[in-house]
Design a binder for this molecule. Structure first.
Ligand code: GLN
Length: 494
């Protein structure tokens, strides 16, 4: 496997190389017709960007990797796509993903699975690995050099997990900073657009362009709150890493709940190297506890499935998207038959599972025990983080009783991004490899869903390699709105 070296090469050579790589990786489901090379001096001129296929683009289809949207092209660009184009970026195509963003391995796609460009060195190098999901196409495209940057979405880890598996950095920003207008909803209260890139610096540049208030998104946070949150007493954004101790005075928390029994031990060496670097740069490492963490995964799957069951009700076979021919005997005038046949064929098995689970959690009998309980857990997770951080949560400044930070708290939290390195794709499982079944896939999210439930900024950065030679990522999590500080520290330890 050879990385595409210069994404700045244009024209036919570059396009044929992309096509060749895509043949093996299946990272892009649609390649843009023109490479639109622009030489003007805009901030993203010459930067090639792939867009996850659940983000609307007016010039290319948006299928969400689902049969139900196989013919759909949006009449408009998502706000983030518009901002990219206005900054001179070249959109290279749409990136494969799990159907509607539901999954952790990018195997639930109507376009087929994405193959991780990285191969192991432990004698199983011929075994194809998962690129992670749901933004697996975005991560594989960046890792293979098919683009410099890719947009993904992260509802419960869908940027950080593929970034970790593919050995690149990936940022899930604070909830409410990047406009969701034009993003196909999975679970609105958790969905975030995020950025994967070949290095932290290009993620930073892209983030600064995309992080803007958008009146079209009702959850977009007003500028004044963004500014007050970004203002950081403990991180000097101008610090250069040439100085001996750029992180002097910084406190970094290590939560013991983030080392579950399922964690593969070979993840720990790369993590220790990063911790060593932080100490060398002057940061203090502080053991902390986030006691509600063990409940996060169940709460996440109840809330996300409940919201998904409501959001996906719009694919009814009537207004747009797929409508199947009804079999003999079915009544064409009965809308319930049109719904049932269309949705049974149009949605894949995982999406159908989530719709059933979510509808059940919202039903009168189950509501108190499941949905309400999950919302309570979500509140506990949020206050765990607020109690751990030294800075107060700027979103509370909007509430009647603004809270202060914890004076003995930490500035960041660090933890492994995933419990293991990239697993083999399901049909690639050899006798010695551990397979990735659907329960394994849910367990993968243990470490990423808490920051999603709390809406916090989190970045996964490559930290080294496991015993099998596959990439290992570590995640840095900050208080709400401290995305620039998170990026600053990530740049220092990259
Ligand atoms: N794996 C999680 C899920 O399936 C997260 C997906 C995501 O972040 N979009 O819901």
């Amino acid at each position: 496997y050879r990385r595409l070296e210069s994404t700045h090469a244009t024209g036919a050579v570059w396009r044929s190389r992309i096509a060749e790589l895509n043949e093996t990786l299946n990272a892009l489901v649609h390649v843009a017709p023109e490479d639109g090379y622009s030489s003007s001096k805009l901030p993203l001129s010459n930067i090639h960007v792939a867009i996850k296929d659940n983000i609307c683009t007016s010039t290319m289809p948006t299928t969400c990797s689902s049969a139900i949207l196989q013919q759909f092209t949006s009449p408009f660009d998502a706000t983030v796509v518009r901002l990219l184009r206005e900054s001179g970026a070249t959109i290279v195509g749409k990136a494969n993903c799990d159907e509607f963003g539901m999954g952790s391995l990018n195997t639930y796609s109507a376009h087929g699975p994405v193959v991780n460009p990285c191969r192991s060195t432990d004698g199983e190098s011929n075994v194809k690995r998962s690129a992670g999901g749901s933004s697996g196409g975005s991560a594989a495209a960046v890792a293979a050099g098919m683009c410099d940057v890719a947009l993904g979405t992260d509802t419960g880890g869908s940027i950080r997990l593929p970034a970790s598996y593919c050995g690149i950095p990936g940022l899930k920003p604070s909830y409410g900073l990047l406009s969701r207008w034009g993003v196909v909803s999975y679970a609105d209260s958790l969905d975030c657009i995020g950025i994967l890139g070949k290095d932290v610096s290009i993620i930073k540049t892209t983030f600064d362009i995309l992080s803007q208030f958008d009146p079209k998104d009702p959850t977009s946070v007003p500028s004044a709150v963004r500014e007050s949150a970004a203002n950081d007493l403990y991180i000097d954004q101008n610090t250069s890493f040439d100085s001996d101790k750029p992180f002097a005075g910084l406190r970094v928390g290590i939560p013991h709940e983030y080392f579950p029994a399922e964690l593969d031990h070979s993840i720990l060496h790369p993590l220790k190297d990063v911790l060593g670097l932080l100490q060398k740069y002057g940061a203090a490492l502080v053991p902390i506890s986030l006691p509600s963490t063990p409940y996060a995964l169940s709460a996440y799957y109840v809330i996300s499935s409940a919201e998904a069951s409501s959001n996906l009700a719009r694919y009814d076979g009537i207004e747009y998207g797929l409508r199947v021919d009804l079999p003999p005997g079915a009544d064409k005038r009965k809308t319930s038959d049109v719904y049932a046949y269309t949705r049974s064929q149009g949605f894949g098995p995982e999406v159908q599972r989530r719709i059933l689970l979510g509808s059940y959690a919202l039903s009168a009998d189950a509501f108190d025990n499941y949905f309400l309980q999950a919302q309570r857990v979500r509140k506990l997770i949020r206050s765990d983080f607020d109690n751990a951080f030294r800075s107060p949560n700027a979103l509370h400044s909007l509430s009647a009783t603004p809270r202060t930070g914890n004076p003995n708290g930490v500035d960041f939290i660090i933890h492994p991004s995933a419990i293991r390195t990239a697993p083999p794709l399901p049909d690639e499982t050899s006798s010695t490899s551990k397979s990735a079944n659907s329960l394994d896939a849910y367990v993968q999210d243990i470490l990423t869903v808490p920051a999603s439930l709390a809406g916090l900024p989190a970045i996964s950065i490559p930290a080294g390699f496991g015993d099998d030679g596959l990439p290992v990522g570590v995640s840095l999590v900050g208080q709400w709105g401290k995305d620039s500080s998170v990026l600053k520290v990530a740049e220092g330890i990259e």
